[in-house]
Structure formats: structure tokens, C-alpha cells
Design a protein around this ligand. Structure first.
Ligand code: FE2
Length: 385
């Protein structure tokens, strides 16, 4: 592992070089295609503390699919399951298993967003479409990104309803406590061999993003495996999409394992922010969320030194962090606390990251080695290393 200083920082480029042809207000929702949305919704409520928000299905007159919308602070998840064998959603499920289909972006103008991106080479998924009900109207449009993943642009300034036209409020008697998850910090995509730069170019040219951090396989590797990663950000920094590709190593990298089991590129992890990771992770653990194994003793012994090297002082108790398996990384601007779940489905594909930023804007490069060794222990058990 190289020192974090080797990481190429270029945040100022975001403000200098950013294009404003696609102003993004934030992540609007993330939609998963799943085998049983009713049960998945129960899992996200019980384990992660999401709240029931909206519903569409047979009871609302939709005979094709059922969708459950869950919310926690600014995070909105949509879980969708087809209601018959003819739905095209089945193809996605058969091929990929449960996974992320849509990363929806909240915009002022969904028509202009579609025009600007398709003009620059995006493949259209959905032309600008107006949906209406008595609560007003929403305009949505969409483009394809890596694999079978889609970006939908959502314009909701003329809408007062719960989610989208056609959805009704989902009132439930079962409302477990939230766990302190606030917003999506970043969402990572895994792409195929030698495809990372092509997708970096796509986000630059088509969406006006900039590449503000890069890690090569010399920086991200263990004894056995390696990967490369480039972090893309939109102009105001609200949307961050790191993109990973596998690299050659002695054994199979986790990215390759993902590509094998997802049967192609797709969303690898969703990082959700909390402002109290100790409370959040304590609650998640108590509710049965499974995390990767805690790094070894030597890892925690080295933490004070790593923080001192950047003149930062850890505010949290290191023994508490160690007890929960939370990792610590530091850069010039501050430090961050993070932890990763095991995959949340049977295929070793999508997982979650819980992150608390204490000034640092990086992604935990100093933790990559400990993290990947932990993932490799899981791969070993699965026979996929
Ligand atoms: Fe991450």
C-alpha cells in the first residue's frame, strides 16, 4: 500500500472545470429490482430502520408490478417486484439477481437534462414523460449507464404527492426506529476489464462530471488481488460515483467476483452517511445487519499514528470503534469513520457502507488493504478467491 499522499487530489477542478449543463440537486431515489419486494421492504425497515413511505401495486390499480418506497432522512429506496412472468423486470432478476436498477437524480428540468445528455451521446432509456395526479405533475426522463443500470432524471417542483403520481401513502402499524442514516454519500459502480476509462469519459462528456480522485492497482492491492478506481463528481459535489475495474493479481479480485455473480457491470455499494456512526452501527448490529470482520489488532494500534501524521485528534474512543469494527482513515483535511456490510443478497454483489466524515473528503484509501483482506476472507469461504 502506498501512502495516501500519492492519491491525486483535484477538488478545485470540480469548481473550475465543471459544466453546468446538468445541474443536479441530489439523489432522488435508488430503485432495486428484487424477487420479493414485500419481504425486502421488511428487511430494510427491521434491519436498517427505514420507514414506510409509499406503495404502488394491485391495490392502487397497477397489475404489472409492486413497488414499496422506504425513507430514512434524505434517503429514498424503491423496491420493485414483477407480478407476472411477462414483465421485462424478470429478465433483469434472472440475470442479475436482486440489485440496483435505477439511480435517480433530482433535477430542476428533466426535459433539458435528457436533451443535454442524449445530445452528448447518452443512450435514451425514457423520453421526457409527464405523469399527473391530483397532487400535481412530475416529469421524468432516463438514460442508460454501465451494464443494465439506468439514470432517471426526476423533476418534481410541481408535485406535492408522497412520491410519484400513481403511488399512495403507505401507512404501516410496524415502524421500527430509524438508525441515524442521513443521505447517500456516494454510490460505486463496478465495470468490466479495461472499461473504467470509457465510463470515466462517459461521466465527463455526457454528464459534465469531473474525475477528482484516482487509485491505481499499485495503490489498491493486497497480496492476492487488485483493483483500480476513479471517483467522479458532479459540479456541486453532491453526487459522487466512484467507478471500479478489476486488475490482475495472484487470485481473483472482489470486482471480478462481483462481475461473475452479477453477470456484468452494476452498482457495487451504496455509502450512506451518519453523523453518529457509533450509535448507528450499534443499532444495525443489534438488528442483525452483518458486517465484514473487524480488522486485526495491529490495524488499530497504527491508528493514532496515522491521525497524528495529519495533525488530527480522534474524538471517538478507539476501543469502542474497535469493538464495533469501525475503521478510521485520515487525510490533510480531517478523518473519516467507515464500515462495510456483507452483501445483502445471496449472490456476493451489492453491499452497504456506513460513513461518518470528520472533515475528510476521501474514500478511506488508507483502509483499502485491511478492507480487502477482510473481503478476501469471505471470498475464501465462498470458494471464489
Ligand atoms: Fe465507498
Amino acid at each position: 500500500m502506498k501512502d495516501i499522499k500519492n492519491v491525486e487530489y483535484g477538488l478545485e477542478k470540480i469548481f473550475e472545470g465543471a459544466q453546468d449543463f446538468l445541474p443536479l440537486l441530489g439523489t432522488d431515489y435508488v430503485e432495486f429490482y428484487v424477487g420479493n419486494a414485500k419481504q425486502a421492504a421488511h428487511f430494510y425497515k427491521t434491519a436498517f430502520g427505514f420507514l414506510s413511505d409509499a406503495y404502488k401495486g394491485l391495490e392502487t390499480g397497477c397489475k404489472e408490478y409492486a413497488s414499496y418506497v422506504l425513507k430514512q432522512d434524505k434517503i429514498r429506496l424503491v423496491l420493485t417486484t414483477p407480478l407476472n412472468s411477462k414483465s421485462p423486470i424478470n429478465e433483469h432478476l434472472t440475470k442479475h439477481g436482486d440489485g440496483v436498477k435505477v439511480i435517480a437524480l433530482w433535477v430542476e428540468d428533466a426535459t433539458k437534462s435528457w436533451e443535454e445528455t442524449t445530445k452528448r451521446g447518452a443512450k435514451s432509456f425514457m423520453k421526457p414523460t409527464i405523469e399527473k395526479d391530483e397532487q400535481g405533475e412530475v416529469v421524468r426522463s432516463g438514460i442508460h449507464t454501465y451494464g443494465d443500470t439506468i439514470h432517471i432524471f426526476v423533476e418534481r417542483k410541481n408535485y406535492n404527492g408522497v412520491f410519484l403520481p400513481g403511488y399512495q401513502k403507505w401507512e404501516s402499524d410496524y415502524n421500527p426506529e430509524p438508525t441515524g442514516l442521513k443521505f447517500i454519500d456516494h454510490m460505486v459502480g463496478n465495470v468490466g476489464w479495461n472499461e473504467m476509462n470509457q465510463w470515466v469519459k462517459f461521466y465527463e462528456d455526457v454528464l459534465g462530471f469531473v474525475n477528482f480522485l484516482s487509485f491505481d492497482d499499485k495503490q489498491i492491492h493486497t497480496e492476492y488481488s487488485a483493483l483500480m478506481s476513479k471517483v467522479m463528481s458532479n459540479g456541486n459535489g453532491r453526487i459522487k460515483f466512484p467507478i471500479n475495474e478489476p486488475a490482475e493479481g495472484k487470485k481473483k479480485s472482489q470486482i471480478e467476483e462481483y462481475l461473475d455473480f452479477y453477470e456484468g457491470p452494476g452498482a457495487q455499494h451504496i455509502a450512506v452517511a451518519t453523523d453518529d456512526i457509533i450509535t448507528t452501527v450499534s443499532k444495525l448490529r443489534a438488528r442483525g445487519v452483518e458486517f465484514l470482520s473487524t480488522p486485526p489488532e495491529e490495524y488499530y494500534k497504527a491508528v493514532p499514528q496515522r491521525l497524528q501524521a495529519h495533525n488530527h485528534k480522534l474524538r471517538e474512543d478507539i476501543e469502542t470503534l474497535k469493538g464495533l469494527g469501525i475503521m478510521i482513515d485520515a487525510d490533510e483535511e480531517g478523518y473519516l469513520l467507515q464500515i462495510f456490510t456483507k452483501p445483502v443478497e445471496d449472490r456476493p454483489t451489492l453491499f452497504f457502507e456506513i460513513i461518518q466524515r470528520m472533515g475528510a473528503r476521501g474514500f478511506g484509501a488508507g483502509n483499502f488493504k485491511a478492507l480487502f483482506e477482510s473481503i478476501e476472507r469471505e471470498q475464501e469461504k465462498r470458494g471464489t478467491l
